[in-house]
Design a protein around this ligand. Structure first.
Ligand SMILES: [Zn+2]
Length: 277
């Protein structure tokens, strides 16, 4: 599933294509994308809106319009956004196309989604903060994300640290891949209780989270199956994983074989020597 680095890569690539453009024609081909709202109604509302910014909050893309309204896009498991001149047969025949937006410069943005869990939500100007506030916590690449705030987010929690990192309401944008990568960087076992970490460990994890996410952004994200950049290309982070998906392979730091367990209900990879329980 796309995590912060993948969504940020999409944002950076889409922003120059979208800002200043008017959504000339909008087709929403899958009612699941906008439910419970009528897809034709949402499409009609979107037509004529001019984009002023493309932001990101956690794993959400935030498309801001001149009117003050916002289109909040979540790619969930397999959503992707492609931009270009897509009037060719290949994209028209793609059975996984869920929406097509024609911009006023003649280019198209196509939303495709194999598993169909992605969502498009059109919000009025005063609805964005109240929508995001209970759902999306600390933004890990901002200055507000400090060791102290991370410690506060973990305080008193008996849940495994991996579960605490994955909790979007506390920490935004980190999913299964970058959680494992961050914990390896910090040398912390994924099943340690979050509230029991010492200050030095929280400090190491704070740095590990930021480094893992930045490494992902630098490599345009990780393409395991469906994730694509808006020009249809792949990310390269999957070639650089330290632990994720590397069961039995040697740890970069100590050479011990990486192990796979279940933590926080998810497949979890870690080094049994560098990350002791
Ligand atoms: Zn190791």
């Amino acid at each position: 599933m796309p995590e912060l680095p993948e969504v940020e890569t999409v944002r950076v690539r889409l922003e120059p294509a979208l800002v200043g453009r008017v959504l000339q024609r909008v087709e929403i081909l899958d009612p699941r994308l906008t439910r419970p709202f009528d897809p034709a109604g949402v499409a009609a509302e979107l037509q004529g809106e001019r984009v002023v910014a493309v932001d990101r909050r956690g794993k959400y893309l935030v498309v801001r319009f001149e009117s003050g309204r916002v289109l909040l896009i979540h790619l969930r498991m397999t959503g992707s956004l492609l931009h270009g001149s897509l009037g060719n047969g290949r994209s028209v025949n793609d059975p996984h196309r869920r929406a097509v937006v024609r911009l006023d410069d003649g280019s198209d943005v196509v939303y495709r989604d194999v598993r169909r869990f992605g969502t498009w939500l059109l919000l009025e100007p005063d609805q964005l903060d109240s929508y995001l506030e209970p759902r999306v916590g600390l933004e890990p690449l901002t200055r507000r994300f400090t060791t102290k705030r991370l410690a506060q987010a973990f305080a008193g929690r008996r849940a495994p640290v991996k579960a605490a990192i994955l909790d979007q309401r506390r920490l935004a944008g980190v999913g299964n891949i970058y959680a494992d990568e961050a914990l390896w960087r910090a040398g912390i076992h994924p099943q340690r209780p979050a509230g029991k970490l010492g200050l030095e460990e929280v400090k190491a994890l704070h740095a590990g989270i930021r480094r893992a996410l930045k490494a992902g952004i630098a490599r345009q994200g990780a393409t395991l199956r469906d994730y694509r950049t808006p020009d249809g290309g792949s990310g390269a982070m999957q070639h650089e994983f330290k632990v994720y998906g590397r069961e039995g392979e040697p740890c970069d730091r100590c050479g011990a074989p990486i192990e796979k367990i279940r933590a926080a209900g998810r497949g979890t990879w870690y080094c049994p020597v560098c990350q002791r329980l």
